[in-house]
Design a protein around this ligand. Structure first.
Ligand code: CO8
Length: 263
């Protein structure tokens, strides 16, 4: 498929998805959100893909936010609609994506850009990355899940400090507060993301997907995470991948999940 604002490459079971508007520091306009949704929907369908890495083109930015030029003139209704559609099409879609999505934060991740990284399942950052939710400096608040996901990741106090001061944090601080899992020299960021994605790809895709569902359930209103864990755990016993994984252990060999995929 041909995209205007994103790039998608696949390397075996790993997909590398880039936001590709470097002149705008990869700011997210409606068209980019729509393309990211389409690309993710295609990856969702493609059973050969087991993990996704999301990053930004260029050395400067992961994503410098929602496109301010686009929403600056919006009304109350348009702003509400923009946020709601973004949640549905991209941010919630990513958070509940059934294959792990790793954010490789290569530079500025601000506003909607940090929200995008936080909707991914986990984050690695370059030493050059700068992260923040500067929306209050624009007279608005984070609208793509940032008030919730930042507090879940770093705790309410750190989140409220970042949101109310609108200040950016450097990569080492992001690591210290649990916003990112690892900090790498810029030239090693993608290699490390690929290495982690490859570790994911060694494991049962249905078990990995079930684990995402169970962990996410603890953060979803109306769901009991422990109950969902029990359901998902039980379901695994009906899967060929479970038979393959346990048989491989007992036979002292590596499991071949590609051959036993349940789809
Ligand atoms: N939107 C649109 N254009 C942007 C954005 C953005 N978020 N960020 C950068 N750009 C553009 C600049 O306008 C500039 O374009 P041009 O050359 O045409 O003037 C180009 O990218 C390069 O940027 P700078 O010249 O500013 O680069 P600097 O190195 O001087 O500064 C910064 C880099 C510090 C990252 C600076 O660009 C900046 O502060 N950007 C804005 C950061 C920001 O405030 N982000 C949050 C946006 S609000 C948001 O994300 C809300 C999310 C929730 C919305 C929910 C829906 C309603």
């Amino acid at each position: 498929m041909e995209w205007e604002n994103i790039q998608l490459e696949t390397e075996g079971p790993i997909a590398l998805l880039r936001v590709d508007r470097p002149k705008q520091l990869n700011a997210l306009n409606r068209a980019t959100i729509a393309e990211l949704h389409e690309a993710l929907a295609a990856l969702h369908q493609d059973s050969s893909i087991r993990a996704v890495i999301l990053t930004g083109t260029g050395e400067k930015a992961f994503v410098a936010g929602a496109d301010i030029k686009e929403f600056a003139g919006y009304s109350v209704d348009e702003g509400t609609q923009l946020a709601a559609q973004g949640h549905q099409k991209l941010f919630d879609y990513l958070a509940s994506f059934h294959k792990p999505v790793i954010a490789a934060v290569n530079g500025f991740a601000l506003g909607g850009g940090l929200e995008l990284a936080m909707a991914c399942h986990f984050r690695l950052a370059s030493e050059k990355a700068r992260m923040g939710l500067p929306e209050t400096s624009l007279g608005v608040i984070p609208g793509y899940g940032g008030t919730q996901r930042l507090a879940q990741l770093v705790g309410r106090g750190q989140a409220l400090q970042m949101i109310t001061t609108a200040q950016m944090v450097k990569a080492d601080k992001a690591l210290e507060i649990g916003l990112v899992n690892e900090v790498l020299p810029p030239e090693e960021l993608l290699a490390r993301a690929r290495e982690i994605a490859a570790q994911v790809c060694e494991n049962s895709p249905t078990a990995v997907s079930a684990a995402i569902k169970a962990v996410n359930a603890g953060y979803q209103e109306g769901l009991n995470g422990f109950k969902v864990e029990i359901e998902q755990f039980g379901k695994c016993f009906g899967q060929a991948e479970f038979k393959e994984g346990t048989a491989a252990f007992l036979e002292k060999r590596k499991p071949n999940f590609a051959a036993s995929q349940d789809g």
